[in-house]
Design a protein around this ligand. Structure first.
Ligand code: EAX
Length: 322
């Protein structure tokens, strides 16, 4: 009896020793481990362990385990969660400067988007995070967003009339879908699949990376490759967590963030290559192309609103960035 108690006490001391030598960083995200977020989370964990000789260990909380993106970002601000990998969706509600990147048809292609985000324009936006209790370790990526729905093939703006389209909790996107004639319904990601199953929404919009990894083929029939907006992602850490790190560890976290962001972009490159074929095989009816100019014409009043909100010169600087 005595010996058992003593052994238990010794074991507990040993575990406490391990726990204090190694700090665990919780990383939350809304998509499953096989997604681009899962890739970034895993790579971040590998890098941070390597760069700190195992003093930091990342624990992954995929697939909405910690709630929606807005909730997780709030947890970072409060210091209740260390890290989140998130879409830009709700981020503009915290750091308004981010929302300019959510403007439809702003980026010509992936290379253009990556170049802008990696330039001083994108880096200046990341510099706005600390004032909001957050530190951005890097721009990740989801890809260009496409439309899915259960009602009909959407080929032109008119086809959107009356469709209840779930948008992110994002004013820029809601303005766009309202202007296109749809009924935008803002909703946190964890509620979307249920909403599509129950018919409270007819459709949603997301890049191939999300449509594939979240298996939207199980709840959606029609896919339109609309490429209506580029979807950035962000790797964020609580400012409280970051400020408590030593100078060397801060560098390690920044470096691990960079490597994870690069891995996320690589994952997107792979999905973009074969995502459409996978989705067809999974049963999607695909509208391969839309008349982009037509969508842009209908969006004119929305573009005027964005110009007022963000400044026409700032938008132009991004649009024409080479
Ligand atoms: O972050 O909410 C969304 O549509 C996001 O693009 C998705 O959950 C991945």
């Amino acid at each position: 009896m005595r010996i058992a108690t003593l052994t238990a006490a010794l074991l507990m001391t040993a575990f406490a020793g391990v726990a204090s030598a190694q700090s665990t960083i919780k990383i939350g995200y809304t998509l499953p481990p096989n997604s681009h977020y899962g890739t970034a989370g895993r790579v971040f964990g590998e890098e941070i362990a390597k760069l700190t000789n195992g003093r930091y260990k990342a624990e992954q909380f995929p697939a909405n385990a910690l709630g929606g993106e807005r909730e997780m970002i709030e947890s970072l601000q409060l210091g209740n969660l260390e890290m989140v990998i998130t879409s830009s969706g709700p981020v503009g509600n915290f750091v308004p400067e981010v929302a300019i990147t959510d403007i439809p048809f702003l980026f010509r292609d992936t290379a253009h988007a990556r170049a802008v985000l990696d330039s001083p324009i994108g880096q200046d936006i990341l510099a706005r995070f600390p004032a909001k209790g957050l530190v951005a370790l890097g721009w990740g990526e989801q890809g260009f967003r496409h439309l899915t729905n259960n009602k009909r093939p959407v080929k032109q703006p008119e086809d959107l009339k009356g469709l209840k389209i779930r948008t992110m909790e994002n004013q820029v996107h809601m303005t766009a879908f309202r202007t296109l004639g749809a009924s935008p319904t803002p909703m946190a990601w964890p509620e979307v699949i249920g909403g599509l199953q129950q018919g409270t929404i007819d459709g949603q919009e997301n890049p191939l990376s999300v449509i594939v990894s979240a298996k939207l083929s199980e709840v959606q029939k029609h896919l339109t490759l609309s490429r209506h907006v580029y979807s950035p992602a962000l790797i964020l850490i609580s400012k409280r967590t970051f400020d408590a790190l030593s100078a060397d560890d801060k560098k390690a976290f920044q470096e691990a963030g960079k490597v994870a962001a690069a891995a996320m972009r690589k994952h997107i490159d792979d999905v973009e290559k074969k995502g459409v074929e996978d989705l067809k095989a999974a049963g999607f009816q695909v509208v391969e192309e839309v008349d982009t100019a037509k969508f842009q014409t209908v969006l004119a009043p929305a573009f005027a609103e964005y110009a007022k909100k963000f400044g026409a010169d700032k938008i132009e600087k991004i649009r024409t960035y080479k």
